[in-house]
Design a binder for this molecule. Structure first.
Ligand SMILES: [Zn+2]
Length: 390
């Protein structure tokens, strides 16, 4: 582990009396595509556990360093890790001992609601979805309240209430109560020094013909994914076949469908995220085939990262179980890149295991692709019906 503390010890002893804080801290800003904060230095095949994604140009205080990450201080009591490639140094920015919030506004346009909070600086944040009641909580690190009013306009349609809580001296929590039980997504970004939380509304018409679905066939091109146990078939070819069957079923229901790939294309994860975000779908379905080192492991599973997006994954799993697949389960807090976006509900479907010969036989059968597509669509329809009742 490399430590800045050592590099800076000489420097700090020379200037300790003049600038006690800044000598130990390197100031800079987030940069690049999809910078994200991690809780710790844990690693597995999905990477370290993420706190969440950040906008670029956000003020970052580096206090220590490992091989690939900087340890950053978010507030007096909160630290996180940021990839070095997501940080650019900014020696001009003066670090202040505290930053203030200002007044806010909650407003809407034809499609979205927006909460805009004026801040002294572009500060780091994290967000959390809550259910029963459905709320979004956003913590702004390093911010102390000087909010003396919140303006609320009737053009905001999805926001029921907004308020805040100073949960620590320098952590400011924004609470947004939603009108609908279902979360439809949100994004957080800065417009100059104003933090914007853009909230999606529940679609006015929940019939599939008015809905836009993004479908992602996992892997592709130079990324083959898993391999069939007995036949050595590539995951990428069968995710595409199942995704195309799903596309056909959705088009038959008159839904609008966006496919991230329709051929054997190489696509990175961030590339897929950017493509889907630009299309602004109502929700996303990702298709993968699972694999395990133990060939007895089999069955279907669906995955979500954020609790507000769970119902879609449960309805789809329930219908998939009608295919007489073993229940591998409904898996939450899943640290998969395409589950990481808060912009729209999303569901990863791991249809069956390529490493299990019984499942593999099913995966080879074109009728099974059609059956899977029909069950996913049935699950989507069950979910939309449940959303309508709210
Ligand atoms: Zn896969």
């Amino acid at each position: 582990m490399l430590r800045f503390v050592c590099l800076f010890s000489l420097f700090s002893s020379l200037f300790a009396s003049a600038q006690p804080v800044q000598n130990k801290v390197i100031a800079g800003r987030t940069t690049g595509d999809w910078p994200y904060l991690e809780y710790g230095l844990g690693e597995d095949r999905l990477g370290g556990a993420k706190i969440g994604y950040l906008d670029s140009n956000i003020l970052i205080r580096v206090v220590d360093s490992t091989l690939g990450n900087y340890k950053v201080q978010l507030s007096r009591n909160h630290f996180a890790y940021l990839q070095k490639t997501s940080f650019k140094r900014d020696s001009v920015v003066p670090l202040r001992p505290y930053y203030l919030t200002n007044s806010w506004i909650a407003i809407g346009d034809e499609k979205y609601d927006y909460i805009t909070i004026t801040l002294d600086e572009k500060l780091p944040y994290r967000s959390l979805q809550q259910i029963n009641p459905s709320r979004i909580a956003v913590d702004i690190f390093g911010a102390t309240s000087n909010t003396n009013w919140i303006t609320q306009r009737s053009s905001a349609k999805e926001i029921r209430n907004v308020y805040h809580e100073q949960i620590e001296d320098d952590v400011f929590r924004v609470i947004i109560e939603l009108k609908h039980e279902q979360h439809w997504g949100y994004s957080i970004y800065y417009k100059e020094n104003k933090l914007v939380i853009k909230i999606k509304r529940q679609p006015a018409d929940l019939d599939l013909e008015k809905i836009k679905v993004a479908v992602d066939a996992g892997h592709g091109g130079n990324n083959s994914g898993a391999t069939g146990k007995t036949t050595r078939i590539a995951e990428k070819d069968y995710t595409l076949l199942i995704a195309q069957a799903l596309q056909q079923e959705l088009v038959d229901e008159k839904a609008t469908v966006y496919m991230t790939r329709e051929k054997d294309t190489s696509l990175g994860m961030n590339e897929r995220l950017n493509m889907v975000k630009a299309e602004d779908p109502d929700f996303l379905i990702s298709i993968h085939l699972n694999s395990s080192v133990r060939d007895s492991v089999k069955g279907v599973s669906t995955y979500y990262r954020y609790i507000g997006f769970r119902p879609l994954t449960q309805f789809i799993l329930n219908r998939m179980l009608e295919l007489e697949l073993f229940e591998f389960g409904n898996i939450g807090s899943f640290n998969f890149t395409l589950n990481g976006s808060t912009d729209y509900p999303n569901c990863l479907v791991e249809v069956a295991f390529l490493s299990n010969s019984e499942d593999e036989q099913k995966i080879l059968d074109p009728r099974f692709h059609k059956d899977v597509a029909k069950k996913i669509v049935a699950g989507i329809k069950d979910w939309l019906k449940y959303c309508k009742k709210e």
